[in-house]
Ligand binder design. Structure first.
Ligand code: PMP
Length: 358
């Protein structure tokens, strides 16, 4: 069976060596006599896996000691609720509205507090990250929320906004793809299904001083302090997902860690953007200075031709290139595990398609 090149925005491609390792260990993990899926989450054998996963991401991201790493459920969307429930004190928070998920995060937070949209590019179809440098952040906000990479629109922050409040980042679509200084953030969260492992897992990295009293009605499962006290095991966690993340972290270390993969990601993205910029047919939709290295969005200008491109690409083993349903066009998601050959094959296909259709 031949594997395709999967440009899905998530769940997305995993490294083949990770899948093979999981396959090998599926019926019996090391010498435990059972599959990881069959282990009690409280058993010593499983706790070793859990601790190793925490240790590996801590090493990869150089997470300082005063931060807690949690492996939660409910995806990034659950954190859209958990962030205000755990962090609102004065009741006010600033949000930068840079894309669909940034918008959804703010809309959810509005259910709990006084949410100020500090900057937005919504009126321009989120084709860029809004300019926050001229923004007046609230004087007494409990936090400032951003989305570091906008999955649907293919944009990313090249510089982090700073206000006097702790910075909270939804890093779902670019975590571990480029180095960040964790101490610049109060909280980082990310759904796992792009750069980490299978869906059903959400990583939360939270500075310990922010683990204070949550809203009295905050469900226990969403309460970060409760989860931190229980090492993500207030209830049964996604044990297999955490194991897969542990394997993914090991693979990433073999790639030279976050700095090593960043180099590969810059090269892969450049290959694709250079192709788009040199083309008379394809046009990038994101403003050049905020182009994402993870999600490359482009159009031909004709919906019919876009459709034809996506269909023909798929026949050539280049799958899931259709843009998000709200924006159309094409999107190539080229996360950490997308091999350079996948991008090379896509670029060759685009050149061929252009020749045949112009
Ligand atoms: N934030 C971003 C940036 C995303 O790309 C996504 C999903 N594509 C989400 C949040 C929602 O994540 P989940 O489906 O894990 O809740």
């Amino acid at each position: 069976m031949a594997r395709v090149y999967n440009f899905s925005p998530g769940p997305s491609v995993l490294a083949e060596s990770v899948l093979r390792k999981a396959q090998k260990e599926l019926p019996e993990y090391q010498s435990t006599g059972m599959s990881v899926m069959e282990m009690s989450h409280r058993s010593g054998m499983y706790m070793e896996i859990y601790s190793e996963a925490v240790k590996r991401i801590t090493d990869l991201m150089a997470i300082p000691a005063q931060y807690k790493v949690l492996f939660l459920q409910g995806g990034a969307t659950q954190q859209f609720s958990a962030v205000p429930l755990n962090m609102l004190r004065t009741g006010r928070a600033d949000y930068i509205d840079s894309g669909n998920f940034a918008h959804l995060a703010a809309e959810e937070a509005k259910r709990y507090g006084d949410i100020h949209i500090a900057a937005s590019s919504r009126e321009d179809c989120y084709t860029y990250v809004p300019d926050w440098t001229r923004t007046n952040f609230s004087a007494a906000a409990d936090y400032l929320h951003i989305t570091t990479n906008n999955t649907i629109y293919g944009t990313r922050y090249t510089d982090l906004p700073r206000s006097s409040a702790p910075l909270v980042a939804d890093m779902s679509s670019n975590i571990l793809s480029e180095p960040y200084h964790v101490h610049d953030f109060g909280v980082i969260y990310a759904g796992a299904q792009k750069n980490i492992g299978p869906a059903g897992l959400c990583i939360l990295i939270v500075r310990e001083d922010l683990l204070s009293d949550a809203h009295p009605l905050c469900p226990q499962l969403l309460n970060w302090r409760v989860q931190a006290k229980n090492d993500s095991m207030y209830n049964t966690p996604n044990t297999f997902g955490i194991y897969m993340a542990m394997l993914g972290f090991e693979w990433l270390k073999e790639q030279g860690g976050v700095c090593g993969i960043e180099k590969q990601n810059i090269e892969k993205a450049a290959l694709l953007y250079d192709c788009i910029d040199a083309s008379a047919l394809f046009k990038g939709t994101a403003r050049k200075d905020c182009r994402s290295r993870m999600n490359v969005t482009f159009i031909t200008g004709s919906e019919a031709l876009d459709d034809q491109f996506v269909k023909e690409a798929s026949k050539n083993g280049l799958v899931n290139l259709k843009g998000h349903r709200t924006v159309g066009g094409m999107r190539a998601s080229i996360y950490n595990a997308m091999p350079a050959e996948g991008v090379e094959k896509l670029v060759n296909f685009m050149r061929q398609f252009e020749k045949e259709n112009t």
